[in-house]
Design a protein around this ligand. Sequence first.
Ligand code: 5FU
Length: 261
Amino acid sequence: KIRVRLSLQQREKLATCPVSKRLFSLMHTKATNLCLAIDYEEGERILELADKAGPFVCAVKVHADTIDEFNESWTSKLVALANKHDFLIFEDRKFADTGNTLSMQVKRNAASWADIVTVYGIAGEKSIRSAFQPIIADPSTRLKGILLIAQLSCEGNLCDTEYTNGTRRIAEANQDIVCGFITQEKISDKLGLIHWTPGVSLDETTDGKGQQWRSVEKAIMEQQNDIVIVGRAICNKTTPASELRRYRDAAWEALSAAMPK
Ligand code: 5FU
């Protein structure tokens, strides 16, 4: 069943978070709603794949704390690739702490090189807003939005309905700094908020370590997400370049089917 949505350009007008405006615009221009999760340990390998992936993706997601020789020279190379190909740099650090600590952690670990970071809703609105609002408003920092983790993809996770609803309320009340959600399904009717979803593979359903994968079509058409986050299904293949095209095409086709022509 296809449910009609607004176009990306219409949603760009409704968004207030600076990174969301940029994201809606680049998704439309590049015709992609694919975020590539590059979870290699070797920094050079990440840069090589990010360069190949650039034309196909709206964002490249990394975990800085898993990368060998993570340093300023590496982040400046990633920033150069993001500028060259026009994609967002997404640091999936999953911050969760009191406001003062959050602020220190984000400034040291992400604000200068990442466009967007993940944050749990668990510490509550005051902690999140007091830490991120000044950083995002600062013109000298790259960070321009956050994604709240509303639901996880892994089996047996503890994100219950109460947590998800509380996180949705924080996002809806702070749309100047919140780009949207990490979620499994659409949870908010606010059309400026963007639903990003991990746990996607066209070939496998689990990694045997709790991860749960489903198809692009299910994630976008049935569960109404906007952006698919795909990792090993692309990165661990012998031909990541052909997989990039395959996932980009599948995701864009599914999203386009629900948008006005
Ligand atoms: F918040 C989440 C989540 O609920 N599930 C996830 O899989 C984040 N992730 C990340 O997305 C995870 O840490 C990986 O970096 C990526 C998915 O990679 P995969 O190789 O497709 O499983």
